[in-house]
Design a binder for this molecule. Structure first.
Ligand SMILES: [Zn+2]
Length: 270
C-alpha cells in the first residue's frame, strides 16, 4: 500500500515532550512504535508502522463546531494512506451543476460516512437541490424504462398499458421528453382490454393536454369524470378533482382562443 507521508511528519523522538493527548481518551498507551503526524485538521495524530496504521480510537480535541467521528464505523479506507475522519466540520463546496455554494454539514458528513457507508474520500459535488432533481430524474427514467419493458412483455395486460401511459406523461412533465403518441395509444389499448379501467381516460387526457390537443383532452377528461364521479376511493377522488380543474382550465382557454379546440364545443359538454 502506498502511503502518502505528509510534510510535517515527525518521529516519536522528535515529538517527545511536546505531545499532550486528550486525557483519558487516547488509546495510545505509550509512544513505542508510534510516529506522530502533523495533520492540518486533526493536529498531531498517532500512526503505527504496522497493520494497525492510524489509531482508530484516537480522540483529538474538538475544535468549535466539530462533530466527533467514529472511525470504526467508517468504511473502505486505507488506514495507511489517509487518516480516518476523527471529527467533522462544516465544509463550503460549490455545486458542479448550478454553480451555487452550499454547505456540506458536519452531521451530514457523519451520516454519509458512518451510516450510509460511503467511502471517506467521497464528497458531494452537487448541492442538495440539484441532488434531489438528479434523483427525481433518475426515478422518472427508471419508471418509464420499467413500464416500457412490462408493456412489451405483457402486451395484453391492461394495467401494464395504463402504467406505461402514466410513466410517459410523468416523464414528459418532469424531463420534457417522451412519446405522447405512444402514451395515448397505450391508454386506448388499456381501455379496449379493460373497459372499466377508467384511469386510462385520465392519463390519455393528460397526454392529449401535453400534446396541446385541447379538444381531445377535454373529451378524455370528460370520459374520466363521468366514470369516476361516484367513486368513493380517495385516490380516484383526488384525480377527479384534478380532472375537473384541468378540464375547466382548458375550456376557459378554448373560449379565449378558439384555435385550440373550441371548434368542437359538443365535446366540452362531456
Ligand atoms: Zn446545484
Amino acid at each position: 500500500m502506498a502511503r502518502n507521508r505528509e510534510a510535517g511528519q515527525r518521529s516519536d523522538r522528535d515529538h517527545q515532550g511536546g505531545f499532550q493527548p486528550d486525557p483519558g481518551t487516547s488509546s495510545v498507551p505509550d509512544h513505542a512504535g508510534v510516529t506522530w503526524e502533523a495533520h492540518p485538521r486533526y493536529g498531531d495524530i498517532p500512526y503505527r508502522d504496522t497493520a494497525g496504521g492510524y489509531d482508530l480510537d484516537y480522540r483529538p480535541a474538538l475544535p468549535a463546531g466539530a462533530v466527533r467521528g467514529d472511525p470504526h464505523r467508517q468504511r473502505d479506507f486505507c488506514n495507511h494512506c489517509q487518516p480516518p475522519r476523527y471529527f467533522y466540520l462544516d465544509e463550503e463546496r460549490t455545486c458542479v451543476e448550478c454553480g451555487r455554494g452550499f454547505v456540506f454539514g458536519a452531521t451530514e458528513q457523519r451520516f454519509w460516512y458512518e451510516r450510509l457507508g460511503f467511502q471517506i474520500e467521497s464528497v458531494p459535488i452537487r448541492c442538495p437541490a440539484c441532488r434531489r432533481a438528479d434523483r427525481s430524474r433518475r426515478r422518472l427514467q427508471r419508471r418509464l424504462a420499467e413500464a416500457t419493458d412490462a408493456a412489451r412483455r405483457q402486451p395484453d395486460d391492461a394495467l401494464a398499458q395504463l402504467v406505461l401511459t402514466a410513466a410517459t406523461v410523468e416523464h414528459v412533465c418532469g424531463l420534457g421528453t417522451g412519446s405522447l403518441d405512444s402514451a395515448i395509444r397505450a391508454a386506448r389499448k388499456a381501455v379496449r382490454l379493460d373497459p372499466n379501467l377508467h384511469l386510462a381516460h385520465y392519463w390519455e387526457a393528460r397526454a392529449q393536454e401535453l400534446a396541446d390537443r385541447r379538444d381531445k383532452a377535454i373529451e378524455a377528461y370528460g370520459q374520466f369524470i363521468d366514470a369516476a364521479r361516484h367513486s368513493k376511493r380517495r385516490s380516484t377522488r383526488q384525480l377527479l378533482d384534478d380532472a375537473l380543474r384541468r378540464r375547466a382550465d382548458l375550456q376557459a382557454r378554448s373560449t379565449r382562443s378558439p384555435d385550440g379546440g373550441a371548434s368542437n364545443p359538443g365535446a366540452v359538454a362531456g
